[in-house]
Design a protein around this ligand. Structure first.
Ligand code: IDC
Length: 350
């Protein structure tokens, strides 16, 4: 709307400038009023990008807020492990997901210790991840940079080098959100995870003072209760909650609610509509219960995953192109449910 107002002000000034007579001025005013009708933007479509609208994100209490300090909820897709599904780490996929699926955020999952990941193939994996970050900035969506590890405390040096490089290269863009550890196993928050995150956050903050960092919690990022009264000492940290709807239900939501009630902000950086294996049944009722809970608490989410693997959490059927353009026949049940949810609930940015 600001843009529209600005355009009319300009037109108005030009008219005033051309005429010194008051009747001409009032004629001009009438003309402006009549033109206003024609270019009014429909309420449901926002001109610009989601990042132009919300800008710099930060944390207030248990909420992620935008540049105007209003709570903001992002909904988007997670890419699959970078080393195993690199064909979707493209600018075309990012553009298609934004334009056709309404994503407001994309997650890159940098494989670390598993075969072919960052520890053995740093240069090629970084190139894929940077291509997606560049595309997200170009498209004006948020991008979550995930260190997709289950043992990151064993490689803290590598995590620091990687995140320092990302922060130095991209930290000035409000699009960036860091996820320092996808899913720790059964290791102590106090003794291992919190110190790990502190070390990595200190590196990030050397180059990027303010973008949000999301920190993984014990037991596949479900141990959010442990963070209560034991948060990191940085104002812009959110804590990770992961679930797979057919496996995890009310108990985990209750734990999440208790964390929120104790001022622990949460971000669902990954969830699936299937069982925790990434395959198995889709429990539609549970999927809906989770979405209702997340909406009620303005919790942002990314769905696992943009992949064409033969498993039920994959959004695409085998062979779907890495250049986007997917027809309905190439989208799985999971992909279609999640796409419909975003088309219904995310604002449309054109
Ligand atoms: C799964 C993939 C599966 C792959 C496996 C390897 O879906 O194809 O064989 O990784 O470990 C997570 C993880 C995510 C898992 C996913 C499903 O973050 O990497 O992907 N999941 O098991 N946490 C809970 C479930």
């Amino acid at each position: 709307m600001k843009l529209v107002k600005f355009v009319f002000t300009l037109v108005f000034i030009v008219f005033i400038g051309c005429s010194s007579k008051s009747d001409e001025v009032s004629e001009a005013k009438e003309k402006i009023e009549s033109q206003k009708e024609e270019v009014e933007v429909p309420e449901e479509t926002i001109i610009g990008t989601v990042v132009e609208k919300h800008g710099q994100l930060s944390v207030e209490g248990n909420h992620m807020v935008d540049k105007d300090r209003n709570p903001v909820q992002l909904r988007g897709m997670s890419l699959f492990w970078s080393q195993w599904m690199g064909q979707y780490y493209t600018k075309e996929t990012v553009k298609w997901l934004k334009e056709d699926w309404n994503v407001t955020i994309i997650r890159v999952a940098m494989g670390v210790e598993d075969d072919g990941g960052y520890l053995t193939n740093g240069a090629s994996e970084k190139a894929k991840v940077f291509e997606v970050i560049d595309a997200a900035i170009e498209e004006g969506i948020y991008v979550l940079v995930d260190w997709h590890s289950h043992h990151a405390e064993d490689y803290v040096g590598e995590a620091k080098i990687f995140f320092a490089e990302v922060a130095e290269k991209y930290g000035e863009y409000p699009n960036l959100i860091y996820e320092t550890y996808n899913e720790p196993l059964d290791v102590s928050w106090e003794g291992v995870l919190k110190p790990y995150h502190e070390e990595v956050v200190t590196e990030i903050r050397k180059y990027d003072p303010d973008n949000i960092v999301v920190c993984g919690t014990r037991n596949w990022s479900q141990g959010v209760s442990e963070v209560i009264g034991n948060k990191l000492n940085d104002p812009n940290i959110i804590y990770t909650l992961h679930y797979y709807a057919s496996t995890h239900k009310e108990d985990l939501r209750n734990a999440a609610q208790t964390a929120l009630d104790n001022d622990v902000p949460l971000f669902v950086t990954e969830y699936g509509v299937t069982e925790y294996t990434g395959d198995g049944a889709i429990d539609i009722t549970s999927v809906e219960e989770w979405w209702t809970f997340l909406d009620a608490n303005d919790i942002s989410w990314c769905n696992w995953s943009v992949a064409d693997k033969e498993e039920n959490s994959a959004a695409l059927k085998p062979g779907a192109s890495g250049l986007g353009g997917w027809q309905e026949s190439e989208i799985t049940q999971s992909g279609q449910m999640v796409k419909d949810e975003m088309l219904e609930k995310n604002q449309s940015f054109k």
